[in-house]
Design a binder for this molecule. Structure first.
Ligand code: GLN
Length: 491
């Protein structure tokens, strides 16, 4: 029953073919079965999970009844450890629940656990976590089946993608029907692409950030993953809407009307960057052909400032990180410092023990950029470039309705290859097709369309104007129906 879609679950529950407790028991067994993949940081026990539902599920007709949900460990969940994949918060028990998690529970969702991530969501591989790296369930040569009980993990394995790799692996492996991640520069779309499942990075503000521990407030959005597009549509509908706890959230009525005969699709040439594999380029061409075969107009377009997005992000990100991480001083939050000789020494000892090199490096860089004498040269310049990247989209959407692009530069790299480059280099490389979207606050959907010669998933990305989230999902559903992407067998 773990392969069922939300709609099928509702149907089977109503005919009493399945029961909420059985779904849950089977899911917890599945989580145990895949534990070597290190997708979960915390697995909740059956009683805890059912207690949420009993408290909220007064009305049996809730839309996520019997639907399991995996939540990235940077969303707060009341009375549950919320570590952000960091030693700094390894002892942090959240005193409240994030809005999107709360809405999932109120809709009847069973939050089975908290998933692995790069520390404080900084990375593209889910290898830089205090809980250790997360492994992709798709592995070179072994194709799309789940591990047999007695089968041991191969020595060479593929990364899950990051930073929301734990959620992607959990959903792809049938350990949750839907999942929550956060996307600041690509952290939902990259792991979804490498784990062979569809994902949505919503327009900025459509989903509340309340209770999502911030990385870069002006770029962060909660993002969704599922095993099929229809589940993404249902889940998005449930979570969307203004939240009084997040002043940047908006009430926006997304129009979902799409007239396939009239769609104009643009393919931005700048997204095909140096180092991109032929296979990633080919899946975009194949998808273009699919569209043109069905009467959709496809043209090549230009977003001339695309190459400036990554450098711009790499200034804005550390600046906001430097400011956000100031709260971890071992007093307000975080690991208590051991050096109590004076206040700064206490915070310094807390941070040097609690954060990894990546987080400490970004704090240092951010404070450097924000020094009064550097402010204009870095932060202000980055803001201007951000505007140029945004304007590229404004201009291109005068000519076309949506954009079709690659998501990643290759299929999921092996762990051994991935760690040859450091976090900063990997982020700059892997996020080429994803970061511009966050700088402009736009929605994007990724969808797996083919397998590489290594038998690993290859995906494409659709980007639309602000608020076109539901239209993008409709187009993704259309692609999904036309292409039978071989999903993992989940018995
Ligand atoms: N790879 C990017 C970074 O490390 C994006 C991370 C994210 O989207 N959370 O900053």
């Amino acid at each position: 029953m773990l392969h069922l879609s939300i709609r099928e679950i509702q149907k089977q529950l109503s005919t009493q073919n399945i029961h909420v407790t059985n779904v849950l028991k089977q899911t917890l067994r599945r989580i145990e079965h895949i534990k070597d993949l290190n997708a979960f940081v915390t697995v909740r026990n059956e009683d805890e999970i059912l207690k949420d539902v009993e408290e909220n599920d007064k009305n049996k007709n809730v839309p996520l009844r019997g639907v399991t949900v995996a939540v990235k460990d940077n969303f707060c969940l009341l009375n549950t450890k919320t570590s952000c994949g960091s030693k700094m918060l390894d002892n942090f028990i959240a005193p409240y629940t994030a809005t999107v998690v709360d809405r999932s529970i109120r809709a009847g969702g069973l939050v089975v656990g908290k998933t692995n991530l790069d520390e404080f969501a900084m990375g593209s591989g889910t290898i830089d976590s205090y809980s250790g790296p997360c492994r992709n369930i798709w592995r070179s040569g072994i194709s799309y089946k789940l591990l047999d009980k007695n089968e041991s993990l191969p020595e060479s394995w593929s990364v899950a993608g990051g930073s929301s790799g734990g959620t992607a692996v959990a959903v792809a492996a049938g350990a949750a029907t839907v999942g929550l991640g956060s996307d600041t520069g690509g952290s939902v779309r990259i792991p979804a692409a490498w784990c062979g499942i569809p994902s949505l990075k919503p327009s900025y503000g459509l989903l509340s950030r309340h209770g999502l521990i911030p990385l870069v407030n002006s770029l962060d959005v909660p993002g969704l993953m599922a095993r099929n597009v229809e589940d993404l549509q249902v889940y998005f509908e449930i979570l969307q809407g203004k939240d009084e706890f997040d002043s940047t959230s908006v009430d926006y009525k997304c129009d979902d009307s799409v007239d396939f005969g009239k769609i104009k699709l643009g393919v931005p040439s700048e997204y095909f960057c140096e180092g991109m594999s032929h296979e990633c380029i080919n899946v975009v061409s194949e998808t273009c052909n699919l569209f043109s075969d069905h009467g959709v107009s496809v043209t090549s377009v230009s977003l001339p400032n695309t190459d400036l997005a990554v450098p711009c992000y790499s200034v804005l990100n550390p600046c906001e990180v430097a400011s956000n991480m100031a709260r971890y001083d071992g007093v307000q939050f975080g690991l208590p410092g051991e050096d109590l000789s004076f206040t700064e020494a206490m915070a310094a000892s807390s941070r040097s023990a609690g954060f990894n090199d990546v987080v400490r490096g970004r704090i240092l860089a951010g404070n450097y950029f924000l020094l009064r004498r550097h402010y204009e040269e870095y932060y202000l310049q980055a803001l201007k470039i951000r505007r140029m990247v945004q304007n590229d989209f404004v201009n291109v959407f005068k000519d076309v309705d949506f954009l079709l692009t690659p998501v990643t530069l290759s299929d999921a790299p092996s762990y051994d290859d991935f760690i040859k480059k450091d976090n900063r280099t990997q982020t700059a490389k892997q996020d080429h097709c994803t970061q511009p979207v966050n700088l402009a606050g736009l929605p994007a959907v990724t969808i797996p369309v083919d397998l590489s010669t290594n038998s690993l998933p290859l995906s494409v990305q659709l980007i639309g104007p602000y608020g076109s989230d539901k239209k993008l999902l409709k187009i993704a559903k259309w692609i999904e129906d036309k292409i039978s992407f071989p999903t993992l067998v989940i018995s």
